[in-house]
Design a protein around this ligand. Structure first.
Ligand code: UDP
Ligand code: MN
Length: 344
């Protein structure tokens, strides 16, 4: 009962505070009666008028300060909690490392991905092109995507590239690109001040934005299920009494960390403390993730997320290759086909 009443009182005072804020803002913007920008910067207002407006503002400000003091005295913990929300300096950054390569669907994938990330506070996107140079398409895309980002590039040597006839799982993809992302973090952050978590997000997967809040406060390594992975509905850590004890996966469940790339996040300090932890192109098929995680943690230390690994918040979706057969058909019939100057 008391809690409810104090909640109501708190709400009441907050509404009054907001009211005063809004009054001040409204006053500032509609002072003067012309609805154009002159009303915000009223050059033709006599000095006397400005003086009285200033006094009015000062009065409101002092009222606001009084209210703030009352609020702090009456509800010190609640005010502190609200301040924490407003001041995000202590909120860990999510560093998302994404390898990407040029193909017809690339810009569509990156657009979809960036729109997901735009919903996530304090996210730093490290986008690494599998390319000997930074392409104009990706550079221009990033410059207008609205996210905090770092743009890097490194080309995968042909021997490590999957040929078009190979099954997609034959060779690991995005290895050098993820490693370059890690290298950038190790160069630009310091182990004693860094506050964040690293996530490897492929450009074709689908992410629920709740996933990012699940991983944000990872102490060492967090894990969770991945939907549509490993030719199953989902693959997942198996959790017993709050601890990961094994892995639900068809392919090699005996791997120490039988998770997909999308199924874990790592505290950035752990990666800074272990500079030897990198992905290796030479590991056995399906062992990229387990190889890296074995270098930095143990199964007993894993932090199960997503309701003790019972919720799927990321899906290993794969985008169909673009079928451009009619472009060739156009050319065979002597038509020019689509305009190559139009970026897709
Ligand atoms: N990738 C890359 N170079 C390649 C192939 C893939 O950088 O030659 C990237 C790709 O953009 C994606 C990640 O590596 O972000 C994983 O590739 P893909 O989605 O093809 O792998 P799968 O879904 O088959 O595991
Ligand atoms: Mn993929």
């Amino acid at each position: 009962m008391f809690v409810q009443r104090s909640k109501l009182l708190f709400l009441y005072i907050s509404v009054i505070c907001l009211g005063i804020f809004v009054t001040i803002l409204t006053y500032a913007s509609i002072a003067g009666d012309k609805p154009d920008c002159q009303s915000v910067f009223p050059h033709d207002v006599p000095l006397q008028d400005l003086d009285s407006r200033q006094q009015e503002l000062d009065r409101k400000l002092s009222q606001l300060r009084d209210l703030e003091v009352t609020l702090r005295r009456s509800y010190p913990q609640k005010v502190a909690a609200i301040e924490q929300i407003v001041d995000d300096r202590h909120v860990p950054t999510i560093y998302v490392i994404t390898p990407t390569y040029a193909r017809t669907v690339q810009k569509a994938e990156l657009t979809r991905l960036s729109y997901t990330f735009l919903h996530v506070p304090k996210l730093h996107w490290i986008l690494v092109e599998d390319s000997p140079t930074k392409t104009a398409l990706v550079s221009q895309f990033l410059s207008r995507c609205g996210l905090t980002y770092t743009h890097l590039n490194v080309a995968t040597p042909p021997v490590f590239k999957t040929k078009s006839a190979d099954p997609h799982w034959l060779k690991p993809r995005g290895v050098l690109q993820r490693n370059l992302g890690l290298e950038w973090l190790r160069e630009h952050l310091h182990a004693d001040t860094a506050n964040g978590v690293v996530y490897f997000a492929d450009d074709d997967n689908t992410y629920d934005i709740q996933l990012f809040e699940e991983m944000r406060y990872t102490k060492r390594v967090s894990v969770w299920p991945v939907g549509l992975s490993g030719y199953l509905r989902y693959e997942s850590p198996v959790v017993t009494n709050g601890h990961v004890t094994s892995w639900f996966t068809y392919f090699r469940p005996d791997r120490a960390f039988a998770t997909d790339m999308a199924g874990f996040s790592i505290n950035v300090r752990l990666l800074l403390d272990r500079p030897e932890a990198v992905f290796k192109n030479t590991v056995r098929r399906g062992h990229l993730e387990t190889n890296l995680l074995s270098a930095i943690t143990t199964m007993g230390e894993l932090e199960p997320k997503a309701h003790n690994c019972t919720k799927v918040l990321v899906w290993h979706t794969r985008t169909e290759k673009a079928d451009l057969r009619n472009e060739d058909k156009f050319k065979k019939r002597g038509f020019p086909g689509s305009n190559p100057d139009i970026e897709v």
